[in-house]
Design a protein around this ligand. Structure first.
Ligand code: SDX
Length: 428
């Protein structure tokens, strides 16, 4: 394969270098395109544009491959745990037992949030969507920890800022839920593991202990691993863009949270359950809804289906589908929408419209059924996605800062009015 591309513009010809990644991905480097040719490229939605080089996550959309720092997602989901995967993503290596114990202990020391932050929760209406609460409270961490404001502090300061966020996010998320149901906040118990502590803060009551079910813990831990990173998706690109202005970590992560909220992105897991419930209430007629999803004049889309990168299958969806079956069987639960989801998948995967467009179930298609089985309320589903994606966002922000990447500032092609003179209002 050539080590450069040739661009012809009229009589002129330009050579553009080709960058090759460790998995033989190839990119035409246009860093100097505008200065050399006076032209920019145009690529709505960045479908063909690489924003950076990264050593964190590799995915191959055609082959359905997803690896964190080289480790296949299937192995990590089967053998690792979420905090260990967080260490792998952020620091680049699987930790030794000693390093893991230290990492886990240090995180357990920062699970409390400043007592003054309770005032924020009391100020939100009970109907506030937890994503809006969590995004706001995450940014507010930078006001309580001013040493976090400078992303170029010492490694120790950056690691303390990172550990505070990983430790406090479950507390902030659980308190958003408690606030939404008018229940008192439950404080973390540091003798509990990371996922156990989150479940404790979500479901324990002053009137009643919450019995932690290891089946639920294992299922949630696996889901968090599967959501932990996904290279340059919408929310991660938002974190990197915000951080490229040298905004602090907490503010950059908050930008990622709000980008994730949209139903085309992380909000899809909530939209999938709402869609499945709507189909169930409508009598469960799969064909009618499949036809609606195909109708260009109908805004209805099959939520949880399709992906910008995966054009064969989303490896996470395969794992989650099996984990969903296992969880419901172990809990002795039946969820009528699971049968509808499986039927939808079967019908869609045999329908030319979906086959031609390479639309398959994505990470969000079955995850909501698992969250519901664990007792997580629907409007907390995307908060769960954010909890899982947190270490990936942190790792990507840390890589961008360490690489001293320039502030992100895309160009545009202007299509508005040409120059014209001001007209006084009396003359218009
Ligand atoms: C996530 O990027 C990531 O990595 C994201 C993520 C991560 O881990 O960070 O994987 C998480 O966001 C998963 C995606 C969750 N979103 C949904 O499930 C929402 C439903 N899916 C679609 O909106 C859509 O598939 C997207 C947004 C996921 C991808 O959109 P693209 O890549 O811009 O593709 P497109 O919209 O151009 O669709 C191509 C064609 C179009 O039809 P034509 O105009 O060619 O005739 O496929 C159709 C679309 O109308 N299409 C769908 C569809 N998704 C695409 N038709 C019906 N139902 C759908 N779900």
């Amino acid at each position: 394969m050539p080590d450069h591309a040739e661009l012809r513009l009229g009589d002129a010809s330009y050579e553009l270098p080709v960058v090759v990644g460790t998995e033989q991905e190839r990119a035409i480097d246009i860093t100097n395109l505008r200065s050399a040719t006076g032209h920019i490229t145009l690529d709505s939605g960045y479908k063909n544009t690489g924003a950076t080089t990264s050593a964190i996550t590799y995915l191959d959309g055609e082959a359905g491959i997803l690896r964190y720092r080289g480790y296949p997602i299937e192995q990590l989901a089967e053998k690792s745990n979420f905090l260990e995967v967080a260490h792998l993503l952020i620091y680049g290596e699987l930790p030794t037992k000693e390093a893991m114990d230290r990492f886990s202990h240090e995180i357990s020391e920062h699970t409390l949030i400043h007592e003054d932050m309770k005032g924020f929760y009391n100020s939100f209406p009970t109907y506030a969507h937890p994503m809006g609460v969590v995004a706001s409270v995450t940014t507010s961490l930078s006001t309580f920890y001013p040493e976090s404001l400078n992303p170029h502090r010492s490694e120790d300061k950056i690691n303390l800022t990172i550990k505070r966020l990983i430790a406090k996010f479950p507390t902030m998320a659980a308190w958003a839920f408690k606030n939404s149901i008018g229940h008192p906040a439950v404080y973390p118990k540091n003798k509990l593991g990371y996922v156990e502590n989150f479940l404790h803060m979500m479901f324990a009551l002053p009137t009643d202990d919450y019995e932690i079910d290891p089946v639920v813990v294992n299922a949630m831990d696996k889901l968090l691993i599967l959501h932990a990173d996904h290279e340059q998706n919408c929310s991660t690109s938002t974190v990197r863009l915000a951080g490229s202005s040298q905004a602090n970590l907490y503010a950059s992560i908050s930008a990622g949270i709000v980008a994730l909220w949209g139903p085309l992105h992380g909000g899809a897991n909530q939209a999938v359950i709402e869609m499945l419930d709507r189909i169930r209430e409508d009598g469960g007629s799969i064909d009618k809804w499949i036809e609606r999803a195909k109708d260009k004049n109908d805004p209805f889309r099959l939520m949880g289906f399709g992906h910008r990168v995966y054009k064969n299958f989303d490896p996470r969806a395969k794992i989650i589908k099996k984990a969903c079956d296992d969880l419901l069987n172990k809990l002795g639960m039946k969820d009528p929408v699971l049968d509808i989801a499986k039927k939808l998948e079967e019908v869609a995967l045999n329908d030319p419209y979906f086959v031609e467009r390479k639309l398959y179930p994505n990470v969000d298609f079955y995850s909501g059924i698992m969250y519901r089985a664990m007792g997580i309320p629907q409007d907390m589903f995307t908060v769960m996605f954010a909890l899982g994606r947190l270490p990936g966002w942190i790792a990507q922000w840390k890589e961008m800062v360490a690489n001293k990447e320039p502030i992100g500032r895309p160009r545009q092609v202007y299509i508005g009015p040409n120059e014209r003179n001001y007209v006084n209002i009396a003359d218009r």
